[in-house]
Design a protein around this ligand. Structure first.
Ligand code: SF4
Length: 358
């Protein structure tokens, strides 16, 4: 097969391809789930610097782990990586399990990640089937079925197992993924540069971009959220920590929540702050509006100032709360949407300070 020589000539020099250890492979594979290589590179570098080993990661408080992951999305990946580090240090004496079967029992490790770690870190003959590989395989075999169905997935795995170069599994898997990332592109595959062009059924049919056959995507729901910047007399801002089991669990936010039918944003904020923290508030001026797209819904968040008129915050529907000076807000970890609010508050506060000095 011409794939491996092509890979040796064209492989990108990515940071996780240097000084390979099971820990580094694991971190990279988790970060690369549903995330582009370009976005992962700076996060990977910072992570390895901050937590150079399983031990360092296991010992770190969750707040530091989430702060280092802040902005990369899918935060359960960070929590699972942290849990895996603790388990490896406690139950495996600091050595990661080295077979795909054992790896699958670890937090956050599904069949794809287990095969990737087992092949790349331990050279086990396990074939990886990720989005890039599915695209390449469905074109090589001109597969007209649904690659997301159980039968389609089984077929993809069987083809990947069959093609796998035994004894060079890690290199083969990387080569397939690299081919999907650099040549067998979703819209305009560069078939003229492809080492597999002579054996590609989709190319022979003259319609490579038609594969894999895509199901029509369901419309993504949209939600509207109200959130509050609540200040006390000391000029501190109230932030709340999301519950561990919730989406974005462990991250901090400006308290608020989803607007109910028939509610104004102001009414939504008043109700949410009461339910979440047991405080009665009045809602003031609009601070900003943030639009954000998650994988399964989009969100518009309207942020207003609020003032407490009765009660003291209690963590009722949140894990914790804190009063924080604006310059110190950055010490906590937030989602991308709340990070925009932090940035806005900090730039306003810095602007005010400058004006006072001037
Ligand atoms: S020939 Fe074209 S469609 Fe076929 S695997 Fe190569 S890049 Fe993809």
């Amino acid at each position: 097969m011409r794939l491996l020589p092509w890979f040796r000539e064209n492989r990108r020099d990515l940071p996780w391809r240097r000084n390979r250890t099971p820990y580094r492979v694991w971190v990279a594979e988790i970060m690369l789930q549903q995330t582009r290589v370009d976005s992962v590179i700076p996060y990977y570098r910072r992570w390895i610097k901050t937590f150079p080993s399983w031990k360092a990661l296991a010992r770190a408080p969750q707040s530091d782990v989430l702060k280092c992951w802040e902005g990369l999305g899918y935060y359960s990946r960070a929590r699972n990586l942290h849990a895996a580090a603790k388990s490896i240090c406690d139950a495996f004496h600091g050595r990661a399990p080295d077979t795909a079967a054992e790896l699958r029992s670890m937090p956050g490790v599904g069949p794809y990640t287990a095969a990737a770690i087992a092949s790349l870190a331990f050279n086990e003959d396990a074939a990886v089937v990720d989005g890039n590989v599915i695209r390449v395989l469905s074109r090589l075999f001109a597969f007209g079925g649904d690659t997301k169905s159980a039968a389609g997935k089984k077929k993809m795995q069987a083809w990947a197992d069959e093609l796998l170069v035994k004894g060079l599994a890690g290199e083969f898997n990387e080569a397939m993924m690299e081919l999907g990332a650099l040549v067998c592109l979703p819209k305009n595959p560069k078939c003229g540069e492809c080492p597999l062009q002579n054996v590609c059924a989709a190319l022979a049919k003259g319609s490579p971009a038609k594969f894999p056959v895509m199901e029509k995507k369901a419309k993504v729901p949209h939600i509207t959220v109200g959130a509050a910047v609540t200040m006390n007399r000391k000029g501190e801002v109230l932030i709340a920590q999301r519950k561990q089991d919730d989406m974005l669990g462990g991250l901090w936010e400006f308290p608020g929540g989803k607007q109910e039918p028939g509610e104004t944003i102001e009414e939504c904020i008043v109700r949410e702050l009461d339910e979440e923290l047991g405080i009665k508030t009045i809602v003031g001026e609009h601070v900003m509006t943030v639009n954000h797209a998650y994988s399964h819904f989009t969100m518009t968040m309207h942020v207003h100032r609020a003032q407490i008129v009765l009660g003291r915050p209690r963590p009722i529907h949140c894990a914790d709360y804190a009063w924080v000076k604006v310059p110190n807000l950055g010490k906590y970890a937030y989602s991308k949407a709340d990070l925009q609010v932090v940035a806005q508050l900090q730039s306003r506060s810095a602007g005010l300070k400058k004006r006072k000095k001037g």
